[in-house]
Design a protein around this ligand. Structure first.
Ligand code: HEC
Ligand code: HEC
Ligand code: HEC
Ligand code: HEC
Ligand code: HEC
Length: 176
């Protein structure tokens, strides 16, 4: 049978369009979405950093206890809030949620603001020990009523700083 070349586009154009669409959805959309600034997280309790850091004068390490010694900085237990919230902010509906979480012994499930993909390995310890401030990566959290991500913290951001500060840049440094 003779091959009819005029039929070729009719078969391949829709297939090509479909492949393009699939590529746009599977590859393009995640890349575009990843580059959008994240919307602020909906927290179970509206916790204001500015009141606690600027007005009350707490250090970051009072609540994020493991930043200097472990991979994660961690979130405080409700027990740490109760150091003050037996009394502080009584009648304030958000502060009252802290007391009722304590009374009912419910953990508060804080929403992640910063979240790297699972294939990336990040450790707080190495950075704190190298003398890098929290604000270098997280901005002036102590002045925020609600935490937002202010720095891309994507691969080129990480690698650029690693290069500038003589930190390792082998793939295995950051990828399992
Ligand atoms: C009184 C306790 C307390 C203190 C002090 C405190 N934090 Fe927090 N921090 C929290 C809680 C609770 C959350 C989770 C709710 C939220 O995101 O606001 C949090 C969230 C964060 C997050 C977002 C974590 C994520 O999910 O990505 C960052 C970054 C952060 N804190 C940095 C800091 C820095 C930097 C300081 C010091 C300037 C600080 N915090 C002081 C309690 C505290
Ligand atoms: C070199 C950049 C960098 C520095 C410096 C840094 N962080 Fe982070 N932080 C990150 C990244 C990246 C994540 C997300 C980690 C992930 O998803 O695995 C994160 C996550 C967090 C979280 C969410 C919970 C967790 O542990 O993953 C908190 C809270 C936090 N950082 C607080 C702090 C505090 C407090 C300091 C200073 C003591 C600090 N960070 C210093 C980059 C940094
Ligand atoms: C060292 C004392 C101290 C600790 C620890 C503390 N707080 Fe507070 N918090 C305060 C004070 C003081 C206020 C202001 C109370 C007022 O306005 O009367 C406040 C206010 C609040 C408010 C109300 C904010 C507003 O809009 O007025 C919330 C919510 C809150 N804290 C949550 C927390 C949570 C969650 C923790 C634990 C992660 C925590 N606090 C730990 C002292 C503390
Ligand atoms: C502001 C500069 C800076 C940024 C941004 C930064 N790093 Fe680092 N990183 C360093 C420095 C400095 C060290 C310490 C190197 C040393 O101890 O020799 C380090 C160490 C590390 C280590 C430990 C390496 C080891 O073997 O000890 C890992 C893992 C790491 N960084 C991952 C990341 C990832 C992932 C990101 C982005 C999410 C990132 N870093 C962003 C500066 C940075
Ligand atoms: C200093 C840390 C760091 C180093 C070194 C690093 N990466 Fe990454 N990489 C990241 C981070 C953070 C992400 C996730 C954020 C993003 O997609 O940019 C990532 C994402 C990726 C992705 C997924 C991209 C995507 O679109 O999902 C691939 C593939 C990758 N890295 C490959 C590599 C290879 C290959 C090397 C070595 C040549 C390398 N990385 C070195 C931090 C690093």
């Amino acid at each position: 049978m003779e091959f009819d070349f005029r039929r070729l586009p009719l078969v391949f154009v829709p297939a090509g369009l479909l492949a393009g669409l699939v590529l746009a959805i599977t590859v393009g959309a995640p890349v575009l979405l990843a580059n959008q600034p994240r919307p602020p997280a909906q927290q179970p309790i509206a916790f204001p950093h500015n009141i606690h850091v600027q007005a009350v004068g707490l250090e970051c390490g009072f609540c994020h206890r493991t930043a200097a010694v472990a991979a994660t900085a961690g979130y405080p237990d409700v027990e740490q809030c109760m150091f003050c919230h037996e009394v502080a902010g009584r009648g304030n509906p958000e502060a009252d949620k802290v007391r009722s979480a304590w009374t009912t012994q419910q953990a508060v499930n804080w929403e992640r603001v910063h979240r790297l993909p699972d294939h990336v390995h990040f450790v707080h310890t190495a950075h704190i020990q190298a003398g890098i401030q929290c604000s270098t990566c997280h901005g002036n959290v102590g002045a925020m009523t609600q935490v937002v991500q202010v720095r891309p913290l994507n691969m080129s951001d990480c690698v650029t700083c690693h290069r500038q500060s003589n930190a390792p840049t082998e793939c295995a440094t950051c990828h399992y």
